[in-house]
Design a protein around this ligand. Structure first.
Ligand code: PXG
Length: 479
């Protein structure tokens, strides 16, 4: 016999249960049982994790009652902000009707269909087909499988190499981490997998030397041309890149970079894949980073902002050139995931996109909060610790330097030591900023208010001041 359904009060209690444990007990249980992603286990066991219990708009609350400004939109994903009941209700309603069914054996479901139609309408005209997965990593694994299969069907099985960039980030699965250009990730797990080749990145501040940004943009783009010449167009399947590198440190390419890449790829038999996992769904003040830069990719990998992180879902946009050919040729694509086209996730995505559209969040980033935050963020460049402040849309970075106007970071000693100190101080000051090496980065929700933006910049400045004092104490700054 089925147990009686719980009453409303009991349900509310059950839903709250994770937040009702005493903090110390949760921290102990966390240290005892939970292996966190991208974490030094020894260090975390000693220090213990912070327990997040609630969030609303751009603000997080931890179990000690501290409120923190979420400068990272969760992890580059809560574009519509936290606490949107509309998304929760859409998921709830869908779960009541059909929580889950697969799309494998000639079956489908309404939310997945309507979402695919919606995504086609929001994107460039070449995109009319969507392949679903649950994460950005899975989306990129799909890209690798799909492009290699496509070329093999076209009678060009030698076209296998995928070009990507050093310090790019494309996920943490075997293919995702291989596409990414993060050496510490390659070192764990014998990566990259075969036929992935990395070219240099368009990181002017770090690697531009004496070139102007514009000169360096052309120079970095021509690394692609050089790689094609060396490896041979006949062996290359695709080039994958983020419009702006996110996890690599908000690396905004010089203005000359993308036009030069377009010139190089024009008339080549090389598929162009945009990894829009961070830039997609409004972050740059356009629906996609490719729209912002005027690029016309053959495929796009998206995730994060697709559901604003409320449920895990990703989508690969497949251009007509590829999709029509696959449909014409037939034959099984021997690839897919249990949760491809998950109806509840798709319902959440539709509700999320409805919010973005209704509230005009994409235009708001372009015309209002983007320029507003940028004007204030760039004032931080006058700080003795800041070598460069940059921002596009709602993605920003501060390059910490030991002395100005140097662009060298070596003087901090171990790379990342200043960034880690700054990040910890920022947390204490109630602002979540991420440190990549010695670069501080932010990517707040697109609903950031003007008051939130003022607060963010004020807390960032206070954090820089305190970081400077601490680094001075350690003898790591010279000014
Ligand atoms: N592509 C890009 C551009 C990403 O930023 C992925 C793919 C992989 O997505 P999943 O959903 O598999 O994580 C990402 C993810 C960080 C950080 O520290 C960034 C990501 C993930 C985890 C940490 O900035 N981006």
């Amino acid at each position: 016999m089925r147990a009686p359904e719980p009453g409303a009060e009991e349900m509310a209690t059950m839903n709250q249960i994770s937040n009702r444990y005493p903090t110390a007990e949760l921290k102990e249980k966390d240290a005892a049982h939970y292996l966190h992603p991208f974490t030094d286990y020894k260090a975390l066991s000693a220090e213990k994790a912070r327990v997040i219990v609630g969030a609303d708009g751009c603000w997080l609350t931890d179990s000690d009652g501290n409120r923190m400004l979420d400068g990272m939109a969760g992890l580059w994903c809560t574009n519509v902000g936290h606490g949107r009941m509309e998304i929760a209700e859409a998921a709830f309603e869908q779960m009541k009707e059909l929580a889950y069914y697969n799309s494998f054996f000639k079956t489908t479901n309404a939310p997945a269909i309507l979402l695919a139609e919606k995504l086609a309408a929001l994107s460039q005209p070449q995109f009319n087909h969507i392949f679903y997965a649950s994460s950005g990593s899975e989306a990129n694994d799909t890209v690798v499988r799909l492009v290699r299969w496509y070329w093999s069907l076209k009678g060009k099985p030698k076209k296998k190499i995928i070009l990507s960039r050093k310090n790019g980030y494309h996920g943490s699965t075997m293919a995702g981490a291989s596409l990414g250009g993060m050496v510490p990730m390659h070192e764990q797990g014998d990566l990259p997998i075969p036929n992935i080749h990395h070219i240099p990145q368009p990181y002017w501040f770090g690697e531009g030397g004496d070139m102007t940004p514009d000169e360096f943009g052309i120079h970095a783009a021509r690394e692609l041309e050089k790689a094609i010449d060396v490896l041979g167009e006949g062996n290359i399947a695709a080039f994958i890149a983020e419009p702006i590198q996110g996890a690599g440190g908000v690396i905004i390419p010089p203005d000359t970079y993308w036009p030069e890449i377009r010139r190089i790829l024009k008339d080549r038999e090389i598929l162009f894949v945009a990894d829009e996992v961070i830039c997609g769904f409004g972050r740059l003040g356009a629906w996609f980073g490719s729209d912002y830069y005027g690029n016309a990719p053959d495929l796009m990998a998206t995730a994060k902002g697709l559901t604003s992180g409320y449920l895990p879902m990703s989508a690969v946009f497949v251009g007509d050139k590829i999709a029509d050919y696959l449909k014409h040729e037939g034959g099984d694509f021997n690839h897919g995931y249990t949760y491809s086209g998950h109806p509840t996730c798709a319902a959440a995505a539709l509700a999320n996109l409805a919010i973005i559209e209704r509230e005009g969040l994409v235009d708001r980033v372009r015309d209002d909060i983007g320029p507003y935050l940028k004007a204030r963020w760039l004032t931080l460049a006058d700080h003795p610790l800041v070598g460069e402040a940059r921002m596009t849309g709602l993605m920003g970075a501060l390059e910490l330097v030991p002395s100005k106007p140097s662009r060298s970071k070596a003087l901090f000693g171990e790379v990342g030591s200043a960034g880690t100190i700054c990040r910890d101080i920022s947390f204490r000051n109630g602002l979540v900023m991420r440190a990549v090496r010695d670069t501080m980065i932010i990517a707040p929700p697109l609903v950031l208010t003007h008051a939130d933006a003022d607060e963010l910049v004020a807390r960032a400045r206070k954090t820089l001041d305190e970081t400077w004092v601490e680094l001075k104490k350690q003898g790591k700054v010279t000014a």
